[in-house]
Design a protein around this ligand. Structure first.
Ligand SMILES: [Zn+2]
Length: 107
């Protein structure tokens, strides 16, 4: 599979900086799936993205022990990224002193 990525702003190919990032996909009920993917960044502006996801998740929420083990291993190595549904809400809670860019749709 070709996974070339380009920064639209800079017109530069992004460079893969880290392999084997673990992405924790969140759902409305909390942690949902763990994915293996790669971290890329733009040499021009520093934009960072996660791309190159595997075909399927490496763990799902109902695989409790496996999920916890993989999650904590990634966390320890500083390679865990949380993404999806609840991430924005968590950020709002963490940063409720600087309430810019707010999206007041939820409860
Ligand atoms: Zn750029």
């Amino acid at each position: 599979m070709n996974s070339k990525t380009v920064c639209v702003k800079c017109g530069l190919f992004l460079e893969q900086v880290l392999q084997g990032m673990t992405v924790m996909e969140m759902a409305h009920f909390g942690p949902y799936k763990l994915w293996r993917a790669d971290l890329w960044d733009c040499p021009g502006c520093g934009l960072q993205i996660i791309a190159g996801f595997g075909d399927g998740p490496i763990a799902e929420h109902y695989e409790t022990e496996k999920f916890a083990t993989l999650r904590h291993a990634a966390e320890k190595r500083g390679k865990l990224i949380t993404a999806g549904h609840d991430q924005k809400r968590e950020e709002r809670d963490d940063n409720n002193s600087r309430n810019h860019n707010q999206c007041r749709g939820g409860p």
